[in-house]
Write a protein that binds this ligand. Structure first.
Ligand SMILES: NC(=O)c1ccc[n+]([C@@H]2O[C@H](COP(=O)([O-])OP(=O)(O)OC[C@H]3O[C@@H](n4cnc5c(N)ncnc54)[C@H](OP(=O)(O)O)[C@@H]3O)[C@@H](O)[C@H]2O)c1
Length: 332
């Protein structure tokens, strides 16, 4: 396994991290979740990503149990706050109240005294940015959070946070967690240039586009049994990728992956890691075999000619408009 700095911070993370959205506490049983975490640890993955909202808070508990007994200093635990964790009016967003309450609940569920990275899961238009950043900074000063980051924030939102942190002497954001893969490149034109200037690393999600870039979804065919597209909760998320033309284009990538000596899945994860702005790719897995296969993307260098061929094949299927980075206009 290879390591990279998270942005310009001193923290090192594994190039490939394991996340548990839609899997732990939801699509897969706890014993399978455990085998996936064990597979990750066996492969040298030390960075784990979750969120308070995943599986209605159950995902953090599953991960906390799976990591229990692992030497705390040997792993990095990342979680997030923003989306609703309960029915209350204040059980959501980035107010000081919710940040403090949710951070403490995450610590309990994850069975740890501190979080390595605490991320604002979206931008909250209903909370003053200074209030959010001060609450995050207090958690850092209390030693409950070591580093802070954001997820799916627009370039101007990140820039405002950097400015306020500088003015107020608050701890700085070191990471952004956006969706990024061969098909979804909306961060390239605005978010990445700003973050590179400010020393903020990208921890990218859905590197295999939720399974689409593994090539297992065939145009015109039923999705494979047990896949995310057949899962009650997952189907709504993966659905936008499942168009005939996109799935046909993905199939045309197969000979290029073969040429590179990689499986489609490894090829997709490796593609995200070619971008030096990326600190880590967060993979999801419903089986330990997914982890064993996908980690082999670490350290892979793709030839520029292969990168160009990918662009040629995917053509207009690639989404690039930065306007797609958007947080809810109102609190969910
Ligand atoms: N910040 C955010 O807003 C946000 C949003 C989404 C995700 N994330 C983070 O990113 C992580 C990863 O997201 P993701 O799960 O969408 O990532 P992904 O790696 O693109 O997709 C993972 C899914 O693809 C399928 N898959 C993966 N490898 C495979 C292989 N080798 N062969 C066949 N199928 C394979 C599996 O689903 P099936 O077996 O079910 O088909 C697996 O659960 C999350 O867990 C979370 O930590 C963050």
């Amino acid at each position: 396994m290879e390591f990279r700095h998270l942005g310009r911070s001193g923290l090192k993370v594994t190039e490939i991290a394991l996340g548990n959205w839609l899997t732990h506490g939801s699509q897969i049983a706890e014993d399978v979740a455990r085998t996936c975490v064990t597979a990750a640890l066996d492969e040298g993955i030390t960075t784990f990503d979750t969120a308070d909202v995943y599986a209605g808070t159950a995902a953090e508990s599953v991960l906390g149990r799976a990591l229990h007994g692992v030497k705390r200093e040997s792993i990095e635990i990342f979680t997030k706050v923003f989306w609703p964790t309960g029915p209350g009016i204040n059980d959501r967003g980035l107010s000081r109240k919710h940040i403090m309450e949710s951070a403490h609940a995450s610590l309990r569920r994850l069975r740890t005294d501190y979080l390595d990275l605490y991320q604002a899961h979206r931008y909250d238009h209903a909370a003053p940015l200074e209030e959010t950043l001060r609450a995050f900074d207090d958690l850092v000063r209390q030693g409950k959070v070591l580093y802070i980051g954001v997820s799916e924030w627009r370039a101007e939102e990140i820039a405002a946070a950097v400015r306020i942190a500088e003015q107020m002497g608050f701890d700085r954001i070191i990471s952004n967690q956006p969706q990024y893969n061969m098909l979804w490149r909306v961060i390239e034109s605005e978010v990445i240039p700003l973050c590179e200037r400010e020393g903020i690393g990208q921890i990218v999600w859905s590197p295999v586009a939720q399974g689409v870039l593994t090539g297992k979804y065939l145009p015109g065919a039923e999705p494979p049994a047990g896949s995310r597209a057949t899962d009650e909760r997952g189907a709504g998320f993966i659905g936008e990728y499942l168009t005939g033309s996109l799935l046909a284009a993905v199939q045309r990538l197969r000979p290029i992956a073969d040429e590179a000596g990689l499986t489609m899945s490894q090829f997709a994860v490796a593609w995200t890691l070619q971008n030096p702005a990326v600190s880590a790719a967060i993979i999801g897995a419903t089986r330990p075999e997914h982890v064993h296969e996908n980690v082999k993307a670490a350290g892979v260098k793709l030839d520029p000619a292969i990168m160009a061929k990918i662009d040629e094949i995917l053509g207009s299927e690639v989404v690039r408009d930065p306007a797609h980075t958007q947080s809810p206009a109102e609190r969910p």
